[in-house]
Write a protein that binds this ligand. Structure first.
Ligand SMILES: Nc1ncnc2c1ncn2[C@@H]1O[C@H](COP(=O)(O)OP(=O)(O)OP(=O)(O)O)[C@@H](O)[C@H]1O
Length: 483
C-alpha cells in the first residue's frame, strides 16, 4: 500500500494511517486507497471537505472535518505520542468504542479508528516504546489508588519527568476514557512542595489542572494533572534550526490567553517566575488552540509571604532585569542574593517581561536579547533593554504590536504594564469584542467539552495533601536546585 504524502522523507514519518475495508466480523486492508503519513508538527485531517482535509470521505454522515490526527515528539530522542481528536457530529470510534464529542485520545500501534458505516483506518506507529518497565527503572510507583502510571514519557525537565497516567475509575464506561499526565519530582528538603500547594488551589481554563498529589516514602512527589495533548509552544514554533513566527492574529490570541492566566494568577497573589515557550502548552498543535500554563516549579505565593521577592530564579533569556541575574557568574555566586543588594527585589511584573519576550518571539521568531547565545550576553542585553524593531521580520508586524512588546520589555518596572493594564493597550483593546467571543466559544467551551466538572471537583477533594506532609518527614536530602 502506498503512502499518499510521498514528498515526506521516510525518516520524517512518525506514523501511518492505513485504510481498511469492513468485512462482516473482520477488516481487510483496502488496496485501492493510499495510506496517510503522520509527521511532526502537522495535523492530518479526515472529513468531507476536500478544501480542508487530507483524507476526504465524501459521504453525508461525515462531518466537514470529522477527526484529526497528529504526533508530538518532545525531543529527537523521545518516543512520539500519537493522538486522534473527534470533531464530528456523528461520532468517531476508537477500537470500536465511541469517543466523546471533542475528545482527544492517545493512539497505540494497531488501533483502529472507525467513521461509523463509512470507513475504518488502522494506525501504525513508526517509532515504538521499547522499555516497558521505565516506571520501575525510575524508582516510581506504578499504582497509586485509582491512578496508574504508564512508561510513556510526555516530557522531561530539570526537576522531573512527566509521564502518561490513567485513572481506573472512569465515570462513563460507555466512552473512551481520558488520559492524564503525572509530573514526578523530588521533594525539597526544607519545605513542603510549593508547586503542588499552589496548583491545587488554582482553577482557570489557561492553567494546568491538578487532580491529586501524592508523596511516596522515597521522596517522590506525584502531581496528577491533565494531559495537554498539543505539545509545548517551543516545539510548535521550532523548525529544523530556528524558531518561526506566527501570523499576528494568532500571536494575539496566544498572548491574550497568557494574559488571562496571568491576571488570574496575580489576583491570587501568585507569580509564575518561569514563563517561557517550553512551559506554555497547546491542547492541539494548530492556531486558535486553548493554551495552558504549566511548570509552577518556582512559582511564588506572595499572599503567604512578603509582597516582594529577592531570590534570583528563572531562565535568563526570559528573565526581567530587576530579578537580578548577574552576567558574571563568579560575582553572582559570591552574592547569590544580588537582587536584594542591588535593588529592592521584584514583584509580579517580572511575568510581564517574560510575556514580552514570548510576544517578541511569536511575532518575529527572534528572541530579543539572545545576542551571541551565551548566558552573559543575554543578561547584559536585557539589562540594556535595547530593542531593535528594524529587522526584516518586523516589517509585516503592526505598530500597535511593536508598541505592546515595547511596553512589556520596559526596564523601568513602574512604566511596565501589569497583568490588568496590558489588556488596555490598543493592540488588545481594539479587538476586545472579537477576542472575548473567540475566548468564550473556543477556549472556555473546550474545557467544558474535555472534562466533567463534577468529576474534577470530586477528585480534587480527595487530593492527598496529608501524604505530602508524611513524606516531608521521611524525605531524603535531594534538593530541587534553585538558581
Ligand atoms: N500536563 C502536561 N501535559 C503535557 N505535557 C506536559 C505536561 N506537563 C509538562 N509537559 C511537558 O513536559 C516538559 C517538562 O515539564 P516541566 O516543565 O513541568 O518540568 P520541569 O522539570 O519543571 O522543567 P524545567 O526544566 O523547565 O523547569 C514540558 O516542557 C512539556 O513539554
Amino acid at each position: 500500500m502506498g503512502i499518499a504524502q510521498i514528498d515526506y522523507n521516510e525518516k520524517e514519518i512518525l506514523g501511518v494511517l492505513e485504510p481498511f475495508t469492513a468485512k462482516p466480523g473482520n477488516f481487510e486492508a483496502d488496496e485501492q486507497l493510499a495510506a496517510m503519513a503522520i509527521v511532526k508538527n502537522k495535523l492530518v485531517k479526515l472529513g468531507r471537505s476536500d478544501r480542508e482535509c487530507d483524507i476526504v470521505l465524501n459521504q453525508a454522515s461525515v462531518s466537514s472535518v470529522h477527526c484529526v490526527f497528529w504526533a508530538i515528539r518532545f525531543d529527537d530522542d523521545s518516543v512520539p505520542l500519537y493522538y486522534v481528536k473527534d470533531c464530528s457530529l456523528n461520532g468517531t470510534q476508537l477500537n470500536g468504542m465511541s469517543m466523546k464529542r471533542g475528545q482527544t485520545c492517545l493512539l497505540e500501534d494497531g488501533d483502529t479508528i472507525t467513521v461509523p458505516n463509512v470507513a475504518v483506518y488502522r494506525f501504525v506507529a513508526r517509532i515504538r516504546q521499547t522499555t516497558h518497565d521505565l516506571v520501575e527503572q525510575l524508582g516510581f510507583r506504578a499504582d497509586i489508588e485509582n491512578w496508574h502510571i504508564t512508561s510513556k514519557i510526555v516530557g522531561s525537565g530539570t526537576f522531573g519527568h512527566v509521564l502518561v497516567a490513567n485513572n481506573r475509575n472512569p465515570i462513563n464506561v460507555t466512552h473512551q476514557s481520558t488520559n492524564y499526565a503525572v509530573k514526578v519530582i523530588k521533594i525539597k528538603p526544607n519545605r513542603l512542595d510549593e508547586e503542588a500547594k499552589i496548583l491545587l488551589k488554582l482553577s482557570h481554563p489557561n492553567i494546568i489542572r491538578v487532580y491529586k498529589t501524592f508523596a511516596d516514602a522515597g521522596g517522590n512527589l506525584y502531581i496528577f494533572q491533565d494531559l495537554i495533548t498539543g505539545g509545548d509552544l517551543f516545539s510548535y514554533l521550532a523548525t529544523s534550526d530556528c524558531l518561526s513566527s506566527v501570523p499576528e492574529t494568532e500571536a494575539l490570541l496566544i498572548v491574550y490567553q497568557i494574559l488571562q492566566a496571568l491576571r488570574y494568577l496575580h489576583s491570587q497573589g501568585i507569580v509564575h517566575r518561569d514563563l517561557k515557550l517550553d512551559n506554555i502548552l497547546l491542547c492541539t498543535p494548530e492556531p486558535c488552540s486553548r493554551i495552558v500554563l504549566a511548570d509552577f516549579g518556582i512559582a511564588k505565593n506572595l499572599s503567604s509571604s512578603r509582597s516582594r521577592m529577592h531570590t534570583v530564579v528563572g531562565t535568563p533569556e526570559y528573565c526581567a532585569p530587576e530579578v537580578g541575574f548577574k552576567a558574571d557568574r563568579t560575582a553572582y555566586k559570591r552574592f547569590s542574593r544580588a537582587a536584594s543588594f542591588e535593588q529592592h527585589g521584584y514583584d509580579a511584573k517580572c511575568d510581564l517581561w517574560s510575556l514580552g519576550v514570548i510576544a517578541h518571539i511569536l511575532l518575529t521568531g527572534i528572541s530579543p536579547f539572545y545576542g551571541d547565545g551565551s548566558e552573559a550576553s543575554v543578561i547584559h542585553n536585557a539589562k540594556m533593554g535595547n530593542l531593535n524593531f528594524t529587522s526584516s521580520q518586523w516589517s509585516i508586524v503592526s505598530n500597535r504590536a511593536k508598541n505592546f512588546v515595547r511596553r512589556l520589555l520596559e526596564i523601568d518596572v513602574h512604566r511596565r504594564f501589569d497583568s490588568s493594564s496590558a489588556f488596555e493597550h490598543s493592540w488588545i483593546a481594539r479587538h476586545k469584542g472579537q477576542l472575548e467571543k473567540i475566548y468564550q466559544k473556543r477556549i472556555v467551551q473546550d474545557v467544558d467539552i474535555t472534562f466533567n466538572v463534577e468529576d474534577i471537583d470530586q477528585k480534587r477533594k480527595m487530593s492527598d495533601t496529608a501524604s505530602i506532609c508524611s513524606a516531608y518527614e521521611t524525605r531524603n536530602k535531594m534538593a530541587r536546585v534553585q538558581q
